[in-house]
Design a binder for this molecule. Structure first.
Ligand code: UD2
Ligand code: MN
Length: 431
């Protein structure tokens, strides 16, 4: 039995413990809130530091040398499989309006009236700012469209780039004039993949295609080496029909096609054709092979290439050393294009987009990749196994031929008739 005073004491105890709990509850909540607030502020500071770090790591003008170490960034990996084109200019977009009258601009003439044919190339070495001043009509990011008519062609020029600033300035100085005379609605994209991996021209072009398509509904893509300057403005930077090899006659190649299936230098492809062949291969690191791989893709999809006459499709190549090391895997990769092109290309492209800088003369895109990702990885062991297998086959073939030869001589030596026949045959062959 409990006495009444005990009950009262218990009640008092209870209420005081209840009170402390209440007290605690009242304080825990604001404490948690404060903690949450603190975490939030820390996250914000961390984010600000990251942004600051990101903007200071690389800028086109700050450093012409490509980045050595870009790891540690937390940029979202872009996977082209999730890519859906957005932007203006899609079918049904109204024609641009005349600024003064507000009426839609008529289509530009089919043959641009201002073309002059052979152009005088300016090879002088300028600073980028000097060239920028000569193009006041450009919108930021190297974008342009005619002001008096609606262009017939929406064109993205994609330039694979690493450490060739001098070439880029010269190309910009000469190319914009031509593109504007051709009355194109165009944008120039300079694409660099950070120097964590060997230079990969085709990969840069795939990234350029993807990023440019995100921005605007380009119909036509010109994949353009940075060191090729067009000599004739009738060499239209547009995609009327099928893939076109544009750099037919290059001074360094004695103005002759080195081989008929060449598809490097400057090429034009419609968006649909490029998507149909799954873009370029992503696996060609170093110099060579990626252009031939594209030719095989076109063959596989029954797309025939066209070429303008060499009088028009002419280029000067700016002098350079061979910067990237020759890709020794290219023959192996090319042997397998027919099996791999469906899975190696735009649909396997995965990269980190670091930044897009809008300069007056071009849009600069910096990205990087993980070279050990399956999209980029080539199984070296397979290459070795395949070449060993080939050597073995060659060896067996020559041995078989030798032994056949031995047998035939042994047989022949038994028959004088055969011997005379053989001698006659040999004589014929020599003649
Ligand atoms: C030929 C092809 C080129 C490509 C290459 C093999 C022609 C006229 N050109 O060019 O299209 O197929 O063989 O890969 O057929 N680049 C850089 N930095 C580098 C290395 C390359 O920016 O360190 C870019 C640049 O845009 C350059 C292009 O890649 O113009 C091709 O490389 P190249 O000029 O060294 O090779 P080249 O002239 O043998
Ligand atoms: Mn070159």
């Amino acid at each position: 039995m409990m006495s009444s005073s005990n009950v009262m004491i218990d009640a008092g105890k209870k209420s005081s413990s209840q009170r402390t709990r209440l007290h605690k509850d009242m304080f825990i909540f604001p404490c948690r809130l404060r903690l949450i607030l603190r975490i939030f502020v820390i996250i914000q500071i961390a984010f600000a530091i990251m942004c600051l770090y990101k903007t200071t790591t690389f800028s086109f003008y700050e450093n012409d040398k490509s980045i050595i170490n870009t790891s540690g960034h937390n940029e979202k990996v872009r996977n082209v499989r999730q890519f859906t084109p957005t932007g203006i200019g899609t079918t049904g977009t109204p024609l641009p309006l005349d600024r003064t009258t507000g009426t839609p601009l008529p289509l530009c003439p089919e043959v641009p009236p201002g073309l002059i044919g052979k152009v005088k190339i300016d090879f002088a070495n300028y600073e980028m700012v000097q060239v920028e001043k000569t193009y006041p009509s450009l919108q930021n990011g190297g974008r342009y469209k005619p002001t008096k008519c609606t262009s017939r062609h929406r064109v993205a020029i994609i330039i694979p780039y690493r450490n060739r600033k001098g070439h880029l300035i010269q190309l910009m100085n000469n190319l914009h004039k031509i593109l504007q005379r051709q009355q194109l609605d165009y944008g120039i994209y300079v694409v660099e993949v950070a120097a964590l991996s060997e230079f990969n021209r085709a990969l840069s072009l795939n990234i350029g295609f993807t990023e440019a398509s995100r921005e605007y509904d380009y119909q036509c893509f010109i994949f353009h080496d940075v060191d090729l300057i067009p000599e004739n403005d009738q060499n239209m930077y547009s995609c009327p029909k099928g893939p076109r090899h544009m750099s037919v006659a290059v001074d360094k190649l004695k103005y002759k096609l080195p081989y008929s299936t060449i598809f490097g230098g400057v090429v034009a492809m419609t968006k649909e054709d490029f998507q149909n062949v799954n873009g370029f291969s992503n696996k060609f690191f170093g110099w060579g092979g990626e252009d031939d791989d594209m030719f095989k893709r076109l063959n596989n999809t029954h797309l025939n290439i066209t070429r303008y006459k060499s009088k028009i499709a002419r280029y000067r190549m700016l002098s350079h050393k061979k910067d990237s090391s020759v890709n020794n895997e290219r023959f192996y990769l090319l042997r397998h294009t027919n099996d791999t092109w469906r899975t190696d290309g735009l649909n396997s492209l995965t990269y980190r987009h670091f930044k897009t800088e809008r300069h007056r003369l071009f849009t600069y895109i910096l990205a990087d990749i993980d070279p050990s990702h399956p999209a980029y990885y080539t199984d070296r062991l397979k290459i070795v196994q395949e070449s060993l297998q080939k050597m073995r086959e060659d060896f067996n073939k020559t041995r078989a031929m030798e032994s056949k030869g031995d047998n035939s001589t042994r047989l022949n030596s038994t028959s004088s008739e055969h011997l005379t026949k053989d001698k006659k045959h040999n004589k014929k062959q020599r003649i």
